[in-house]
Structures are given as C-alpha cells and as structure tokens.
Design a protein around this ligand. Structure first.
Ligand SMILES: NC(=O)c1ccc[n+]([C@@H]2O[C@H](COP(=O)([O-])OP(=O)(O)OC[C@H]3O[C@@H](n4cnc5c(N)ncnc54)[C@H](O)[C@@H]3O)[C@@H](O)[C@H]2O)c1
Length: 283
C-alpha cells in the first residue's frame, strides 16, 4: 500500500478536528502505517466551537478516518501532565501492536493564558507549558525509545516544535521557552539514540490554519463582538499577506514534512529542525 507498510506510529494530541496531529495521522495512515492516537479528554468549555458544531469526538472521530483508509487504529486517552499516564501510553501502544516505529510528539498546552507580559505570567501557567510542551516530549521519548532499542530495528521520533523555537516574541515567554527547549532535547536525544538507528528531528511550523482553541483569541473576539471563527478567519487572511508564499500553512503542509522524516528516505537525517513556514524565517 505504501512505504510505511507494517510500521506503527504513535501521535500525541491527535484529536483536533483541524489539528496538525490529525493531519499527521491521516498522512501516515495513507502511506500504510497503523496508528496509535492519543489525546486527553478536554473540558467541554475547552473545545473549539467548530468541533462542538460538528459533534467532533476527538480521537474517536480520527480513529474512524484512519480505519476508512484501511489502516488499524488504537486509541489511548492520556493526560500528558501525568508522567505515569505517559509511561502507560507507551506500554499500552507497544503491547497492542508489538512495537512502535514512529513517535510524533505533537501535543501542546492550550494557548492563551500565557499571552501576557513576563511580569504578569503566572508561575502555574509557565509550569503547565513546560510540563506539556517540553517534559512530556522528554518522557514520551524516554519510554518509547526504550522499546525501540530493545527491538533493535531503529525508529523515528519527530518533535513538533515551532518558529517559536527559534525566535522570541512579545507575550510568549512560556511558549518560547518550552519550544526552544524542544530543540535542545531533539539534538541531545538524537545523539543518545543515534547508535540505535533511532533518528530524532523537529518540525518548526510558522502559523498554521488550525482551529485550535486559544483563550486569548476567544477574549479578543468577544471584545470585538465577533465570533471566534470570524476572528480566526481574519487572522488567517492577514497572516497570508505577510508570508512570502502568500498563505498560512495548512496542517497537511506540516504532515508532509512529518511523513518524510518518518520514511526510510530520511534514515540519515537526525538532530535537525525543519521549518515549514512559507519562507517567513530562514534559520
Ligand atoms: N497551530 C499553529 O499555528 C502552530 C504553529 C507552530 C507550531 N505548532 C505546533 O504544532 C503542534 C500541534 O498544534 P495544533 O495547533 O494542531 O494543536 P492544538 O493547539 O489544538 O493542541 C494539540 C493537541 O494537544 C492536546 N493537549 C492539550 N493539553 C494536553 C494534555 N494535558 N495532555 C494530552 N494532550 C493535550 C489537545 O487536546 C490537542 O489535541 C503543537 O506542538 C504546536 O505547538 C502549531
């Protein structure tokens, strides 16, 4: 069916209806991989309005899509703030399929409460960003890589970083710090795992046309008396004007890079951080 036939990919944060995780799941499945879909159960108030309207059911919905592509799917609810749940996720996924070949560390803390000047940033918000965006990447890598090493057939670990891993911005101290750290983690773990033919790379998208919930955007939309969808549409149109290739990235643009890094063709690439940003940042 495809060049990922027989491979198993575990993807965190895979339940968003327009999320990068879902796009990665569908892309890897379309290339033959069986998929482990992981996400956490969000509070109803933390769901994007489009998902509520569409009666979207997070990884339950994505699992049906993966199966419609003829691949197997396995769902694991995991709160990435709890290290024991991350260890269980790695164990359950490996037990279900016998192995994990590809790990995509994609989830992130719901953004918005961090969008304040550093002097206003609450320590609990800072901790949450570091816990989900950085520590969970470390822990998932640790637990999944152990199984890959035991199996002795190499592997692929792909960390979803950001242009925020390379450039600081105002009101983004927690997000920037958590995503810069992902690049250090990517390089160091690439070196630790290279003897086992496990590659570790990062993908750094610029702004992506997802409809993720963002508390800050929600508040801005409310203040302007418009819906969150309308506010997002304006951001997407505006962003397109400043991106050299003339549009915001789609989740599928990012998934294409993930699929390449997951493939055999990328066997000699490790410790790298690839931009997917339409030309808006070069380093
Ligand atoms: N959307 C963008 O513009 C953009 C730009 C650059 C990088 N990225 C990166 O791409 C990745 C995906 O972004 P997105 O916009 O598709 O996703 P998103 O913001 O919708 O969140 C990703 C997923 O993480 C999950 N999540 C949140 N808290 C969790 C927890 N405690 N435990 C388990 N899962 C949890 C969410 O439920 C969601 O499914 C993220 O790492 C993000 O930093 C996104």
């Amino acid at each position: 069916m495809g060049h990922l036939d027989g491979k198993v990919a575990l993807i965190t944060g895979a339940g968003g209806m327009k999320g990068i995780g879902r796009a990665c799941a569908l892309k890897l499945a379309s290339q033959g991989a069986d998929i482990v879909l992981s996400d956490f159960k969000r509070e109803p108030g933390d769901l994007p309005p489009q998902e509520v309207k569409a009666q979207w059911r997070s990884i339950d919905s994505v699992a049906e899509e993966v199966e419609a592509l003829g691949r197997r799917s396995f769902k694991i609810w995991c709160d990435l703030t709890v290290s024991g749940e991350i260890e269980d996720m790695a164990r359950q996924a490996a037990a279900h399929y016998g192995h994990i070949d590809i790990l995509v560390n994609n989830a992130r803390a719901i953004i918005g409460r961090d969008r304040v000047p550093i002097t206003e940033l609450r320590e609990e918000v800072w901790q949450r960003f570091l816990t989900i965006n950085t520590t969970a990447v470390f822990l998932a890598t640790k637990f999944v890589a152990k199984g890959m090493i035991e199996r002795g057939k190499g592997g692929r670990i792909i960390n979803m970083a950001s242009d925020a891993s390379k450039r600081g911005r105002p009101l983004m101290a927690a997000y920037n710090a958590s995503k810069f750290a992902v690049l250090g983690l990517t390089q160091a773990s690439a070196l630790d795992l290279a003897p086992h033919r496990i590659t570790v790379n990062a993908v750094c998208p610029g702004s992506v046309n997802t409809d993720r919930l963002n508390y800050w955007e929600e508040a801005q939309a409310k203040a302007q008396g418009i819906s969150l969808e309308e506010f997002r549409a304006r951001i997407v149109a505006e962003a397109g004007k400043s991106i050299p290739l003339g549009r915001m990235a789609e989740p599928e643009d990012v998934a294409n890079m993930v699929a390449f890094l997951a493939s055999d063709e990328a066997a000699f690439i490790t410790g790298q951080a690839y931009n997917v940003n339409g030309g808006s940042l070069f380093h």
